[in-house]
Design a protein around this ligand. Sequence first.
Ligand code: AHR
Length: 309
Amino acid sequence: DVLLKSEIPVVPPPSKSYVLGFSQLGSESTWREANTSSIVEAAEEAGISLMMRNAEQSQKKQFEAIRFFIRNNVDVIAIAPVVQYGWEPILKEVKQAGIPVIILDRSVNVKDSSLYVTFIGSDFYEEGVKAAKYMLDKMRHRTGTVKIAELQGTVGSTPSIDRGRGFRETIGTAPDFQVSLSQVADFTVAKGRKVMSQFLELPREEWPQVLFSHNDDMAIGAVEAIEEAGLRPGEDLVIISIDGTRRAFEQMKEGKINAVVECNPLLGPLLMQATNEIMAGRTLPKQMVPEEDIFTQEIASDEVEKRKY
Ligand code: AHR
């Protein structure tokens, strides 16, 4: 069962302070920085003592952090998993230690869902669907084949897998749309720029008319590469990305990005609330999804100042 954020009852903070061990996957993007800050601030506000480790994109480091939390006998462990697979054995270790687990941001692919209490994070498949729907509408008057370039995030990560799938399955029935270029760019500005400039070194007839970027940072890097190639981002190429950072909104306002699908990183308050509820012995829904939107160029000027990250 899925519960929207607005439907989750607000519970008063408990009198006892708990220790939350949190394995953050890295610091690759603006989204991630906002996510980390949100968790640090919310823990402080809730009076929860936070033990946080940054895994710098390494699943092995996440395992080490989790074993460190077990040794330190924390009350709850939260994990933002870098990749989707390989979690079953470590989650069994945590279960044996009797510590409840919250999966945050990226989901895990495990057969036994009792290995974690709840998952708090976005519906990445739906984000890919929203991006594709926008593109189909925006390009509806185009004739001939529309070539699409895709910048993928971290290999094996849930957002990259699900956004790509949601996007492809939505354009699946539209024969004139073709993902002709697709490369991994690790969710970073530098890689987005590098991969996009490689795309634009191809013969002109292979250049894409659309760029679908799995996050804003890669799209921002790609905008630089597109400008360097003498093209106009947002005009010669329709650009759609995911996250909704302030920087991406500024570029939308300037007409360089056409649409941004929101992915909310401000999960700290919900994580602390879930921690308190678990410790109070309450049952939580298996999945909690923040409310999210899609924003287009037309409304970017009105929205940019409201962005919190
Ligand atoms: O898991 C969420 C994704 O990870 C965000 O879209 C991206 O910016 C981040 O690095």
